[in-house]
Write a protein that binds this ligand. Structure first.
Ligand code: ATP
Ligand code: MG
Length: 536
């Protein structure tokens, strides 16, 4: 069977593969803590008071806000702190989407936040954030950031606070065990990667930049009107004030949301240089919100996208998951390609798609992403392993098909191709081992699924990757890249009572032996094996 191109015969359509695995909960709940890089674009935007949009003039209602976020806001307010909902949640509520999570910004310092909430943990070293835990929900509380506030060193920044975990009830401790180390691991990795770079310190703001203009350190607390200029897009810079339920708008974000426009705050080139990930965020919000990227914010991307090469691969991997596993993956792919950004994440995938426009592999990828989006929307599980299998399908198929056709179904050929494709992807993305191993197993299962060997095939049903391998087979069969009858056989086998599975396996063994014998006869009669077909 060809990996990338339809065989000569056309099969009918099979059921689309639609069962993937669960992506760890902590990803969706946990904020990327690496850094909230921002700048002070007040050099280009005059400091002015916000436009205050009273409750009667906007649509954000408390009934749409998570009760736990409201609890946090009220408690801060009652302790005489300012407390705002900010960022994506306000934006999403204004466009009628359900927010993924709720972020709070306050003038309370992290330690003050911690004193207010028993179920609270401070994370991060340079800039501390408070995570307030409510069962599975985490409300992130960030102190306003600014350039003119006390140095981070003056803040009480301790390492892991042992007492904190003891404060918490059983459930919550479980959750911290999941969320904490991942977050801190990322931050530590980020710091380690940057400590070696050339660093320029701006004496006035005490910010550290690398040679490309990217902010490396910026950890100081300030006021709401400092905080706002450090955010990325105007649509992400609206503050919902719990004191009177108004929205504060410093940057014209409300107007931009109404116009469905995505606009960077400040000078776009400077903002991308400070944090090149903002280019990926632009693509993500274009895809997620269907907003149009303002031409001035779009223009520098082509020139600056190579800066993504300097971003820690772990952060790029996180961004990739946000692009493809949060319900709008099928829209993210064309946006990333249009902006020339897919190559910054997965150059071999971009190269394959560019070389084979409209190929079956591209169709398989788009269908797989659409299936994944449908699962996310239905609240079902999705997995980075399956996503990687989709995204690397083209490069893997190309590597396999570059070998002689007689090797296409050899396990060693398939594994070599997977390893090489993953190695190439690892140059930009830090792919955790469990996902790359899972991908390998999914591909290794394909020939075993395509050519079940009698009752031994039944053992595959208990294989830890069976489900993912079977889903990939269904998808391949849908596009004629695997035999749909065989895919259907696996579907029927799973539905059959146990007593019938053995005879089904015997029957399929007979039929595959017959097919092999027929092929052998054809070859003996002088029929040549077909060479590697051109992909797509
Ligand atoms: P969503 O959660 O829907 O993916 P979001 O806008 O909430 O989108 P987050 O990554 O959760 O995105 O960040 C929360 C807020 O923090 C953003 O809305 C933005 O104001 C700010 N922010 C996040 N990352 C950056 C960045 N790299 N540069 C500047 N501001 C940022
Ligand atoms: Mg968010």
């Amino acid at each position: 069977m060809s990996w990338a191109s339809r065989r000569r015969e056309r099969w009918g359509g099979a059921e689309p593969g639609a069962r993937y695995y669960r992506y760890p909960e902590c990803f969706l709940k946990q904020k990327a803590q690496t850094e909230l890089n921002s700048s002070d674009p007040r050099a280009t935007a005059p400091a002015s008071p916000p436009r205050v949009i009273p409750r009667a003039e906007h649509t954000v209602s408390r009934s749409q806000i998570s009760p736990n976020a409201l609890r946090v806001l009220y408690r801060l307010r009652d302790a005489n702190f300012q407390a705002f909902l900010v960022g994506g949640c306000v934006r999403d509520l204004l466009v009628g989407l359900e927010p993924k999570d709720f972020d709070v910004a306050t003038d309370a310092l992290p330690e003050q936040v911690k004193r207010l909430f028993r179920n609270c943990r401070l994370i991060g070293r340079r800039f501390r954030l408070a995570h307030v835990f409510f069962g599975p929900e985490i409300i992130e509380v960030a102190t306003f950031r600014a350039s003119s506030a006390p140095e981070p060193g003056e803040e009480p920044i301790e390492e892991e606070d042992e007492a904190e975990e003891a404060d918490l009830d059983g459930d919550e401790t479980d959750l911290i065990d999941q969320a904490g180390p991942v977050t801190e691991g990322r931050a530590a990795r980020f710091e380690a990667e940057h400590s070696a770079r050339e660093t320029l310190i701006d004496a006035d703001t005490e910010r550290a930049f690398d040679a490309t203009g990217r902010i490396l350190r910026d950890n100081i607390y300030g006021t709401v009107d400092d905080d706002v200029w450090r955010r990325d897009f105007t649509a992400n810079a609206l503050y919902y004030n719990i004191a009177d339920f108004s929205i504060w708008d410093y940057t014209g974000g409300a107007e931009d949301i109404a116009a469905r426009r995505l606009r960077l705050i400040g000078d776009p080139e400077t903002r991308y240089r400070e944090d090149p990930v903002r280019m990926l965020r632009a693509a993500r919000f274009e895809a997620k919100l269907g907003f149009e990227l303002d031409p001035a914010s779009a223009e520098p991307i082509e020139r600056l996208r190579s800066l993504l090469g300097g971003v820690p691969p772990a952060r790029l991997f996180d961004e990739m998951l946000k692009l493809f596993l949060t319900g709008h993956g099928a829209r993210s792919l064309p946006v990333l390609r249009r902006r020339g950004l897919l190559g910054a994440l997965l150059p071999s995938t971009e190269a394959y798609l560019a070389a084979h426009p409209g190929s079956l592999v591209e169709q398989l990828l788009m269908q797989g992403l659409a299936n994944t989006d449908a699962r996310v929307k239905a609240g079902r599980s999705v997995t980075p392993t399956f996503l990687l299998a989709l995204l690397l399908y083209g490069p893997i198929a190309a590597l396999i098909e570059a070998m002689p056709p007689s090797r296409w179904h050899e396990l060693s050929a398939i594994l070599d191709a997977c390893d090489q494709a993953v190695r190439e992807a690892q140059r930009h993305l830090s792919i955790p081992k469990r996902f790359s191993l899972g991908l390998r197993e999914m591909f290794a299962l394909q020939p075993r699924l395509e050519h079940p060997r009698g009752r031994r095939a039944l053992r595959l049903l208990g294989h830890p990757r069976f489900r993912a391998g079977y889903d990939l087979l269904l998808l391949r069969a849908e596009f004629g890249l695997a035999n749909p009858e065989r895919a259907q056989w696996w579907t029927d086998l799973q539905a059959a009572p146990e007593a019938e599975q053995g005879p089904m396996a015997d029957a399929i063994a007979g039929s595959t032996e017959r097919t092999a014998a027929q092929k052998g006869r054809r070859r003996r009669r002088g029929g040549r094996r077909r060479g590697a077909p051109s992909p797509g």
